[in-house]
Design a protein around this ligand. Structure first.
Ligand SMILES: [Ca+2]
Ligand SMILES: [Ca+2]
Ligand SMILES: [Ca+2]
Length: 164
């Protein structure tokens, strides 16, 4: 899986999140939002923690994979190892209802009309890799916390308010 598909994934995912946020929050945010909305990171972390099978506060790649395989099997109602449209649509509906703005749809990346396991796992795996900053295959500690630096410490990255 190359960079191109990662970038595509990100823009698709962000697009969904933005669309959903627009629907959900209306005029709620009138402050200057930071370049990377904390919501996205928070949702990604929450998503990863949902795969913490042994509840030790860390998420391993194995836990992620086991969780994804369980979910895939649940969505693959006819058990043929791929998800087709009648299986994909209800799952996307369910995700949207359950997650709201955190919703990440199943995507048929290679457009063959079916979602196989690697396509199913693409979003979660790329989130995992993004959060696994030391690339040791385990999400733990600070990798699973929203960094407070924007609000409390470090130098402010915002340009001072003024005429543009
Ligand atoms: Ca764990
Ligand atoms: Ca199927
Ligand atoms: Ca496909």
């Amino acid at each position: 899986m190359g960079r191109g598909s990662m970038n595509l994934l990100r823009s698709v995912a962000v697009g969904w999140v933005l669309a959903a946020m627009g629907l959900a929050s209306g005029c709620a945010s009138n402050r200057n939002d930071p370049p990377q909305a904390p919501d996205e990171l928070e949702q990604n972390i929450r998503l990863m923690l949902s795969y913490d099978g042994n509840s030790d506060g860390k998420v391993t790649r194995e836990e992620l994979d086991q969780g994804l395989r369980r979910q895939f099997a649940a969505v693959d109602r006819n058990g043929d190892g791929v998800l087709d449209l009648p299986e994909i649509q209800p799952e996307n509906d369910r995700r949207f209802r359950a997650m709201g703005t955190g919703f990440s749809p199943l995507i048929d990346w290679n457009r063959d009309g079916k979602v196989d396991f690697s396509e199913f796992a693409t979003t979660a795996r790329s989130v995992f890799e993004e959060l696994d900053r030391d690339a040791n295959g385990v999400l733990e500690g600070a990798e699973l916390r929203v960094p407070p630096m924007r609000r409390q410490q470090g130098r402010p990255r915002r340009v001072p308010a003024g005429p543009l």
